[in-house]
Design a protein around this ligand. Structure first.
Ligand code: BES
Ligand code: MN
Ligand code: ZN
Length: 497
């Protein structure tokens, strides 16, 4: 897809047009720039209540020989970058399904946002919203038609370079997120821990960050018994992936550390899951893929930050030598864990990742991303991830990055009382709680390995990493949740928590 940025008005050209309509029964202020016949057609749609302007509503209509797709953006005064992102995705998809491979659009004014930011959100929405995963279809579905050219009209000539820069940044972020989506959508026989590590290596080469893959021998030497315990049930070797990016001027600065849960398939192990929907457990590496995508985008944008990415990857299967309920393992940091439920494997592999971070780095702050608990899906659903952390100001920074990027997270309390639930009779901790507040007790378990000195946030993305259907810039399937949040966090990072 090519974005053509030109200065001009909507009068010229014959290409299909994508136009935003706001909610409230009246034409928005920006409609002043529309040709008169389009304005009166839109007014008629609103007056006759065929269109309300609600976010993501669409209407296709020919006006004076030109096809128009109207897309709702909600109330004009409440327009945000995320609504631009969503409407851009929905609108571009409607254009595609109407049979066009190109269209023309403008950029809407967003309160408190720059032209560059609006252009970036529009580019992201267009690219993300028209993505599809068809690698394993012998006959490509009809809606696979690709958008070739999106012409972006800029009313004010002095904004041209800001728009071009915004689109370029949006392209980097979206391409990274689409790579993340591809990995998450990939079935588990096509994306093993080894293949995940290979993806990491090739991106590292291309985008110039470093990547080291620790094999099982190295994991053993480091004492990663928690990760190796999960890996015992599988014939696929587990991989521990270490990524490092040092942006311009970041030498000598303490790194931000991003950690990802990389379970390429979670059957539950000996504590096996019910077969209903088990196929979805290929997305249990979404945290790892988000860390990879964010590293790629951060490097592509050349952000002036020092970031380390740590990924613990294995399958969780019930093979003949699988770990068993009641087994005790010692994590890298030295603490022992009683494995009560082999299906609570994410926190096990992350325990070793956190141990590695603390042993080999002096992190300024850490964020882990994990599809960790079904309880988080129950508590928060698909509209935000769960956030828990040990440092109020770091929690706030991460939450703000979520808000700004449109990948929202909501804090749950990580009070000391919850830790009681993961105390074990035979080891230092056990890997399940008491059945209550499962998302928080999982975080309390991780906290035992993150420690209290380094600001640390845990993001439970079980509910947001996968979409049940198309929604704005999201397509059914992998969402790449976390990529934009982490990039926003890195872009706003000033070295201080
Ligand atoms: N990967 C799952 C969590 C999950 C569930 C992610 C649904 C996405 C959708 C995780 O490894 C798991 O199995 N968690 C258990 C923990 C329990 C055994 C304490 C769960 O949530 O049931
Ligand atoms: Mn599990
Ligand atoms: Zn899992």
């Amino acid at each position: 897809m090519i974005f053509k940025v030109i200065s001009g008005g909507l009068n010229s050209g014959k290409e299909a047009l994508l136009l935003g309509l706001s909610e409230g029964g009246k034409l928005p202020a920006w409609a002043a720039a529309w040709p008169a016949p389009i304005r009166s057609a839109a007014e008629d749609l609103l007056k006759t209540k065929r269109v309300s302007g609600k976010l993501n509503e669409t209407f296709l209509l020919p006006v004076a020989g030109r096809w128009i797709v109207f897309v709702g953006v909600g109330k004009a005064a409440e327009l945000t970058l995320d609504k631009v992102r969503q409407a851009s995705g929905t609108g571009a998809r409607r254009i595609l399904s109407a049979g066009f491979d190109r269209f023309t659009r403008g950029l809407l004014p967003v309160p408190n946002a720059s032209v560059k930011q609006v252009a970036q959100a529009a580019a992201e929405g267009t690219l993300l919203g028209t993505y599809s995963f068809t690698q394993w279809k012998s006959v490509k579905p009809a809606d696979k038609k690709e958008l070739k050219i999106v012409t972006v009209l800029v009313g004010n000539g002095k904004d041209l370079s800001a728009v071009r820069k915004g689109i370029e940044a949006g392209r980097q972020v979206a391409d990274s997120a689409l790579w993340t989506r591809d990995m998450v959508n990939q079935p588990a026989n096509k994306l093993t821990p080894t293949m995940l590590a290979n993806e990491a290596k090739s991106a590292a080469r291309k985008f110039r960050f470093s990547c080291r893959v620790l094999d099982m021998k190295a994991q053993k030497k480091l004492g990663m018994e928690a990760l190796l315990g999960v890996a015992r049930g599988s014939r696929e070797p587990s991989k521990f992936i270490v990524l490092e990016y040092k942006g311009p001027g970041s030498a000598g600065k303490k790194p931000l550390i991003w950690l990802g849960k990389g379970i390429t398939f979670d059957s539950g192990g000996i504590s096996i899951k019910p077969s209903e929907k088990m196929e979805l457990m290929k997305y249990d590496m979404a945290g790892a893929a988000a860390v990879l995508g964010a590293m790629r985008a951060t490097a592509a944008l050349k952000l002036p930050v020092h970031v380390v990415g740590l990924i613990a990857s294995t399958e969780n299967l019930p093979g003949g030598s699988a770990q068993k309920p009641g087994d005790v393992v010692r994590a890298m940091g030295g603490k022992t864990i009683e494995v009560i439920n082999t299906d609570a494997e994410g926190r096990l592999v992350l325990a070793d990742a956190l141990g590695y971070a603390r042993k080999y780095y002096k992190p300024a702050a850490m964020v882990d991303l994990a599809t960790l608990t079904g309880a988080c899906v129950v508590a928060l659903g698909q509209h935000c991830g769960g956030l828990m952390g040990t440092n109020a100001s770091w929690n706030k920074q991460v939450e703000k990055a979520g808000q700004q990027s449109g990948e929202r997270v909501w804090e749950l309390p990580l009070w000391d009382e919850y830790t009681e639930a993961v105390r074990s009779d035979v080891a230092d901790v056990k890997n399940v709680g008491d059945g209550k507040a499962g998302t928080i007790t999982a975080a309390s378990f991780l906290r035992e390995f993150a420690g209290e000195e380094i600001p640390w946030v845990h993001l439970d993305i079980a509910g947001v990493a996968w979409a049940d259907g198309d929604r704005g810039h999201l397509r059914k399937g992998a969402t790449a949740f976390g990529v934009r949040l982490l990039v926003d966090l890195a872009a706003g990072w000033n070295g201080k928590v």
